[in-house]
Design a protein. Sequence first.
Length: 394
Amino acid sequence: MSPLLPPVKQPRRLLLYVQHLLGIGHLQRAARISQAAVNAGWEVFVIAGGRPVAEINFGAVNYLQLPPLTAADAHFSQLIQADGNPIDDIIKQQRTERLLSYFQQIQPDVVLLEMYPFGRRQFRFELVPLLEACRQVDSAPLVASSIRDVLVEKHDLRRHQWVVQQLQDYFDKVLVHGDPKLIMLDQTFPLASQIEDKISYTGYIAPAYEKTTNPNNLQQDILVSAGGGAVGFELLDLAQVACHHLNQLPQTKHWTWRMITGPNLPQQQYRQLLKNCPANMMIEPIREDFFQCLNRSRLSISQAGYNTLLDTLQAGCQAIWVPFATRTETEQRFRAQQFSQITGFPCLDQATLTVQQLVDNICRLLSQPVNPHCNIQINGAEQTIKQLEGFLNE
């Protein structure tokens, strides 16, 4: 009688839902988590609800696209479809039915929702049905929320209470992609103590890049960037004016500039930047080797999105942060202020920033050596998968 063979272990199945609206940072974090899961032997299903961004590599995953939705403006006043029309009940029903169909086909071990319920509340029309479906299946998946280090400030206590209730009703874990030694969740979510048993910090999610010191055609003194670009024109335009101003000074007129506008910058604004572009500035919408561009720069001028800030710190160049901020969008400002205290790099208010202030900061930073950067845990993608494995084993 032949011995019985051990059963073949099936790979874990991860369903990762991500919905980006203006920037592409959410999509980049989701891609890095997906890659880490694939490397750990998981089978990954990414369900994306925003406009596809071809330059972001998710690796060997099953990429499933819902009918794309995005924000109409920087104030997130309403959701719009790919053709610019407002969202309607038909699109809501189509997305919900497709999302539930994907869930039933995948039968995941883990459902990871990016930002919800701390953000993406506008999508509860499809996410609450998904969460209900998770509770009703015989083999219920582990359900976790995946959030960045800093949340957008909200002053309505009822909104916070709603988030807590959603977490208590549907979620097993909250994975915070940050370092509690730098920023704690309760600094931007005042009811964190009520969900303390669910919170787990993974560290920051950023790839460990190989730095290069060989100069080539990417070499530049100053790199200006605006993340996805949807809300970056004011900073890009101001930096371009600063470049023209510095070109009039003998000691700075030979500096070379590279501007990366982001793929979501409106074409009219991109053409305006090209029209006003000085001879010593190169303008491009996106670079897949963005970090290497940073690494070959002496100074970075950027907003303070999660990914850009971490890339800048790893690159080892000087930095000026001009966070995108509105009355309701406070996340970038808070992060930049916290990291400014650690690094000494300036955090400037875009609403009051003048060309002369920007010029003065550029000249000051390029005249001094780079300050040592803080040591930050950046293996958050790998830690996310390890923690999920541990939760499942429990």
